[in-house]
Design a protein around this ligand. Structure first.
Ligand SMILES: NC(=O)c1ccc[n+]([C@@H]2O[C@H](COP(=O)([O-])OP(=O)(O)OC[C@H]3O[C@@H](n4cnc5c(N)ncnc54)[C@H](O)[C@@H]3O)[C@@H](O)[C@H]2O)c1
Length: 316
């Protein structure tokens, strides 16, 4: 089969697919040329991450496309039901990303707790002239151990994050639209040494008690925010928020005013409403720890995603 990995594919997956006789291209074809490219090159399988959009017009215009694969979790860039109704096999790789996203959340939490993201911006510019001033400014950090992390959306990534947070001495409370009771395995040296029970409770309880809140919900079908100004008003003063879910899962306008008032002390965003051209007011806000949608983009996760893609293609 001819496979176009339009947003890239890990080398281990390319090698495995070629070994079994498939043709793999990793050319990044611009969105407006994609339909012609798929038809002219007789592409059978289109693989994407989050950048390439696979909408109804493309699905209609490329009737020979057999499979659409999403390396990653959220499939909001693909018209999944429409494609499936036309007989196209659509799959994603839900198992491979959780650890990488959980680690990114922990990095943002530690970074915010010590103001590290902002100190990194200031040190190259003012570190020589104003070392003592900066030492005073960033010398008021807090520690994660003993703090309460509220996890909104307690599926695969939320539960993986709980494992990291518990292992780092945090208390974990969770909320999901469905009740979930799980035993979170805590590992030392790769061996599970303890299981910690976590049961989801109410959103109200989470908002009122969490020192830090992280979102792990999918994009809502109506595009609405899960955290907006009403929810932020119910949070503790000085709360920290992390959004690695989807742009707009935390309302960006509500977040900007809560950062300005100090209600939210700092926040971290990996995802943005207007990707790939995020709001510049967010990019320049010194209370935001920022990353460019790299939640699942680790070398290890991409290798796992690659293998999950290969399995899906081989089983057809
Ligand atoms: N930043 C990144 O690069 C990156 C990478 C992977 C996934 N993600 C995002 O993370 C999301 C979660 O991934 P996952 O693997 O944990 O998915 P999952 O399906 O395992 O878990 C999502 C959970 O959210 C719950 N949920 C949905 N809507 C809710 C709502 N309004 N309120 C409360 N709970 C709600 C669901 O019941 C489910 O338990 C993905 O959909 C994707 O948008 C981002």
């Amino acid at each position: 089969m001819k496979i176009l990995a339009n947003d890239g594919l890990a080398q281990n997956a390319i090698d495995k697919l070629r070994e079994v006789g498939h043709e793999v291209s990793t050319s990044n074809v611009p969105q407006d040329q994609l339909i012609d490219h798929i038809n002219n090159e007789n592409v059978d399988v289109l693989l994407v991450r989050s950048a390439t959009k696979v909408r109804e017009d493309l699905i209609d215009a490329c009737p020979n496309l057999k499979m659409i694969g999403r390396g990653g979790v959220g499939m909001d860039n693909i018209d999944v039901e429409y494609a499936r109704n036309k007989g196209v096999n659509v799959f994603n790789t839900p198992a491979s990303s959780s650890q990488a996203v959980a680690e990114l959340v922990m990095s943002h939490l530690y970074s915010m707790a010590r103001g590290l993201y902002d100190a990194n911006r200031q040190m190259p510019v003012n570190g020589l002239s104003d070392f003592k001033v900066l030492k005073k400014k960033y010398g008021k950090g807090i520690e994660l151990r003993g703090k309460t992390l509220g996890i909104v959306g307690f599926g695969r990534i939320g539960q993986y994050l709980a494992k990291y947070a518990l292992g780092n001495g945090m208390h974990v409370i969770a909320y999901d639209m469905y009740p979930i009771n799980v035993e979170i395995p805590i590992e030392i040296n790769g061996k599970v040494v303890h299981h910690e029970k976590v049961s989801t409770g109410s959103l109200e309880d989470l908002l009122g008690n969490a020192d830090m809140i992280s979102l792990h919900v999918p994009k809502q079908s109506d595009g609405s925010a899960v955290i907006g100004s009403t929810e932020i008003d119910k949070m503790k003063d000085g709360v920290l928020i992390v959004n690695t879910a989807r742009g707009g899962s935390v309302d960006e306008t509500a977040l900007k005013s809560a950062l300005a008032s100090g209600k939210v002390a700092a926040a971290a965003l990996d995802v943005f409403e207007n990707e790939p051209t995020p709001d510049t007011e967010l990019l320049q806000n010194d209370k935001l720890s920022l990353s460019p949608h790299i939640g699942a983009a680790t070398v290890e996760a991409q290798a796992r995603i690659g293998l999950e893609i290969v399995e899906n293609i081989l089983k057809g």
